[in-house]
Design a protein around this ligand. Structure first.
Ligand code: 13P
Length: 251
């Protein structure tokens, strides 16, 4: 069996952060050296901070990403930003298909796939989110839901450098609830098998992150589950101590 991919801990700041939050990024960068070669770190601030954060993080072990992109490279799409603009601002990754985009902005699997293809076009890492609702989990419909999302939203071509999957159960986001280790292992194993079957030899190495109420106190347990190759962290990524505490669980 291939060795496990190097873990990635990514912070999704959502609609949080002003200029003063650069101090948190600077603290993360100051500590990031100890993860060098052992875990990758990415921070996805709001678009307003993208260029500033990319400038601060340049040459450091912390990568900067965006939280969403439009599928087109440019055009009359008021308020949107393209994958090319993210790359131009110094970003190297973009989250696509987050459940908050899927539900508040009615993004379909086809939209998410177009965005993932845009990320590949601009040479950004796509962090593609999938996950079931509480109703789906209770109806034993988790794996069919994940399979539909993967069928519909994976980009046309991918490898371990261009794609990261984040499994984020919708009911675990921001609630303090997390699935049990057996449930996490089941879904991550399912996603791994899917990627191996579709990935033309690269599916073993694509990282599969867990996301949803990850914090320093539960990170070790979650990150030691088979096929969990890191975390996508919301609230706890806003504070450098918490974010670094989660990353430390990878070591
Ligand atoms: P929380 O870590 O705040 O639950 O958010 C998870 C998430 O949605 C990350 O994308």
């Amino acid at each position: 069996m291939a060795s496990a991919p190097r873990p990635l801990v990514a912070g999704n700041w959502k609609m949080n952060g002003l200029g003063a939050s650069a101090a948190e990024l600077e603290k993360m960068i100051a500590e990031a050296g100890r993860f060098n070669g052992r875990a990758d770190l990415t921070i996805c601030p709001p678009a307003t901070l993208l260029a500033r954060f990319a400038g601060i993080a340049k040459g450091s072990p912390v990568a900067i990403g965006a939280q969403d992109c439009h599928a087109e490279a440019s055009g009359a799409f008021t308020g949107d930003i393209s994958a090319e603009m993210i790359a131009d601002a110094g970003g190297s990754a973009v989250i696509v298909g987050h459940s908050e985009r899927r539900s508040y902005h009615q993004e379909s699997d086809a939209n998410v796939k177009a965005k993932a293809n845009a990320a590949a076009r601009a040479k950004l890492v796509a962090i593609l989110c999938v996950g079931e609702t509480r109703e789906e989990r209770e109806a034993d419909a988790t794996l069919p839901r994940i399979e539909r999302q993967l069928n519909g939203s994976l980009p046309d071509h991918f490898d371990a450098r261009s794609l990261v999957i984040a499994y984020e159960p919708v009911w675990a986001i921001g609630t303090g609830l997390t699935p049990g280790p057996k449930d996490v292992a089941e879904v991550h194993g399912f996603i791994r098998d899917y990627l191996v079957a579709r990935g033309k030899g690269t599916g073993e190495a694509v990282r599969i992150l867990y996301g949803g109420s990850v914090k320093p106190s539960n990170a070790k347990e979650l990150l030691s589950i088979a096929n969990v190759n890191g975390a996508l962290v919301g609230g706890a990524s806003l504070k450098s101590d918490d974010f670094l505490g989660i990353a430390a669980a990878c070591l």
